[in-house]
Design a protein around this ligand. Structure first.
Ligand code: TRP
Length: 382
């Protein structure tokens, strides 16, 4: 493997073991609903590309049910129902269980154990300053009644990432503060207990429109509660009606009026999805997105024409996903089997990290012959 890293680790006997550490991906999603285009351009599409690039030694994709429960404690059924939906969306997009370990967070109890030790390395005020947690608290109107589990989920997320020794976390911009917090925990752990954990890096989408795909109403983010999502499993009719009612430029009333591109959702989506070859296929009067944008800004180009173009592109993107999903839906028990096998693999990997963590913290009492001997000598001399 071209990207192999080497990491030194001290053993109890004072020998230095060199362990071969490859490039490892961990990322995941909360199973609170089906996955939508925001998930797709923010991380999912990239994961599949990275998987197929062969540049990573291991890939772990986690269905974060325990994290989803931190603000859905009264509705576990919602999470339970959506695990299969997320798994189907993953497979439909091209994640391949032969190459990527797909697993469910709650089935790997080592993650809780690790989070418990990390809690001692993070202060309450540091958590309060986490911008993602701050906005999420506002969005959910928690005010002062924030569940402790929700408040501390960045710590739990740090254990998700580090338990798999992930080097790379492909995720949306909103996850940046989580990775920063993880890196701080890793540095603090390694400083106190010796070099044990790997510092991860976030891999953001390389296109600005994909960093923060707005909802179809032009609002900040796609969200189920706002009803502004296009789901990967939507029918062509559903996609079409969402696209045709998309928020554009409210001052662009007649076709001949000049229109604005900034904040115009249809153009943001084109930035995220349009490729040069789409013009020849669906809109041969134009050669490039720049040309289309210039015409819109000049005036004389109607919203409907641009929306129809976007709809054609989205159909092309979503059709193979929808078809594959239908195939996977034919054998649901096989998907649970795949997830179960994934959980077993994930658990083995996390357990190995936990062994290293306990050794580093010197709480591996029964494997520590030096400790047992020293204590025994102490009592013998008396
Ligand atoms: N917080 C992520 C989300 O809301 C889900 C998640 C949980 C995650 N643990 C993770 C993402 C670890 C990346 C790495 O979608």
């Amino acid at each position: 493997m071209p990207h192999t890293l080497y990491r030194k680790r001290k053993s109890v006997w004072g020998l230095t073991i060199i362990s071969n550490m490859g490039k490892i991906i961990l990322t995941g999603d909360r199973p609170t609903g089906k996955l939508h285009l925001g998930h797709y351009v923010g991380s999912l599409r990239r994961r599949v590309e990275l998987q197929n690039s062969g540049a990573f030694d291991k890939i772990f994709i986690m269905i974060a049910d325990a994290q989803a429960l931190t603000d859905n404690a009264d509705n576990p059924e919602k999470i339970r129902q959506n695990i299969i939906e997320v798994a189907l969306d993953y497979l439909a997009c091209g994640l391949d269980p032969q190459q990527s370990t797909i697993f469910i967070q709650s089935q790997v109890p080592e993650l809780c154990e690790l989070a418990f030790y990390y809690m001692n390395l993070v202060t309450v005020s540091r958590l309060q300053r986490n911008p993602t947690v701050k906005t999420e608290i506002q969005m959910r109107n928690f005010e002062t009644s924030i569940p402790v589990g929700f408040f501390t989920y960045p710590i739990s997320q740090a254990s998700d990432i580090t338990a798999f020794r992930a080097t790379t976390v492909p995720a949306g911009e909103d996850q940046q503060p989580m990775i920063e917090q993880t890196r701080e925990i890793v540095r603090r752990f390694n400083m106190i207990y010796g070099d044990t954990l790997v510092e991860p890096e976030i891999l953001l989408p390389n296109n600005a429109a994909c960093l923060r795909l707005p909802g179809t109403d032009g609002k900040a983010k796609m969200s189920k509660s706002l009803g502004n999502c296009i789901y990967l499993s939507d029918t062509p009719e559903e996609v079409r009606s969402r696209v045709m009612s998309m928020y554009t430029d409210p001052t662009h009333i007649r076709v001949e009026d000049p229109g604005k591109i900034e904040g115009n959702t249809v153009f943001t989506y084109l930035d995220a999805f349009c490729k040069p070859e789409h013009f020849a296929a669906y809109l041969p009067d134009y050669n490039s997105l720049d040309e289309l944008k210039a015409h819109y800004q000049r005036g004389g180009l109607g919203d409907v024409k641009v929306k129809k173009f976007l709809n054609a592109i989205l159909l092309e993107v979503l059709e193979p996903i929808r078809t594959r999903r239908k195939e996977f839906e034919q054998d649901i028990p096989a998907i649970y089997d795949m997830l179960k096998a994934g959980c077993e693999t994930a658990r083995e990997v996390a357990a190995a990290t936990l062994n290293d963590v306990r050794e580093a913290m010197r709480i591996n009492y029964f494997d520590d012959s030096e400790l047992i001997e020293a204590q025994s000598n102490r009592y013998k001399t008396n």
